[in-house]
Design a protein around this ligand. Structure first.
Ligand SMILES: O=C[C@H](O)[C@H](O)[C@H](O)COP(=O)(O)O
Length: 228
């Protein structure tokens, strides 16, 4: 069972004609974008806003019309993946390095819908290392400041080189044993000079769709839970 495909495709039910849609990044959001491309070919009239260069490329390949974030004031719905989700619908994102653009898009979205497989649903955030985007200048100093908050922060390396985000920055993957006060940590991290943004999404998601191994999809909102 490809639960990422299951839940990604399921999420397009939240999209309708005339909407501006935030297009998430990653291997789960991918399936939503592909399905949306099929619907656009059949006549669905929407405009997308990409959360990364890779999603922008995919949307172009699928002929999904895009608008630039700078030209709009609000997005009707954004559908995106996550690396961890807790029962309060708080998230860790940025495993693919797209957290800054994802957070900018989410911040002007009327509704943020998160699509994950069941392995991502956890009681406490923090087992997955928290990605923090930092400017390359003086990054070792920034790392020291971040580590004072109680973690080990590793520079993300890909193919033996520093990973560079779409915005030209580095990612520090921060290993906290567990993250209990997400609001405080979010604020403390973003106060450090040199930090651009962190991967904690607090009070942003409205709905989480979880693809279950038995082929069903669980829908979580702050008020209710249902499985279909
Ligand atoms: O930077 C990447 C994004 O936050 C992704 O949405 C997140 O890492 C989940 O990706 P995936 O669906 O590939 O596990």
């Amino acid at each position: 069972m490809n639960t990422k495909k299951l839940v990604g495709e399921n999420a397009v039910d939240y999209i309708s004609d005339g909407m501006i849609v935030g297009l998430g990044t990653g291997s789960t959001a991918y399936w939503m974008v592909v399905k949306l491309g099929e619907l656009v070919k059949k006549g669905l009239d929407i405009k997308g806003v990409a959360t990364s260069k890779s999603t922008e490329t995919l949307a172009h390949e699928l002929d999904i019309p895009l608008v630039n974030l700078s030209t709009i004031e609000k997005i009707d719905v954004t559908i995106d993946g996550a690396d961890e989700v807790n029962p309060e619908l708080q998230l860790i994102k940025g495993g693919g390095g797209a957290l800054l653009r994802e957070k900018m898009v989410a911040s002007i979205s009327d509704r943020l819908i998160i699509v994950v497989d069941e392995s991502k649903y956890v009681s406490n955030l923090g087992h997955f290392p928290l990605p923090v985007e930092v400017v390359p200048f003086g990054w070792e100093l920034t790392r020291k400041q971040i580590e004072k908050l109680g973690c080990i922060a590793n520079l993300r390396i890909v193919d033996q080189d520093s990973f560079i985000t779409d915005n030209g920055n580095y990612i520090l993957d921060c290993y906290f044993e567990a993250i209990h006060n997400t609001t405080d940590l979010h604020m403390q991290l973003n106060k450090i000079i040199g930090v651009v943004e962190n991967g904690l999404f607090v009070n942003m998601a409205n709905t989480v769709l979880i693809g279950l191994n038995d082929g069903r999809v669980k829908t979580l909102t702050k008020e209710s839970t249902s499985t279909t």
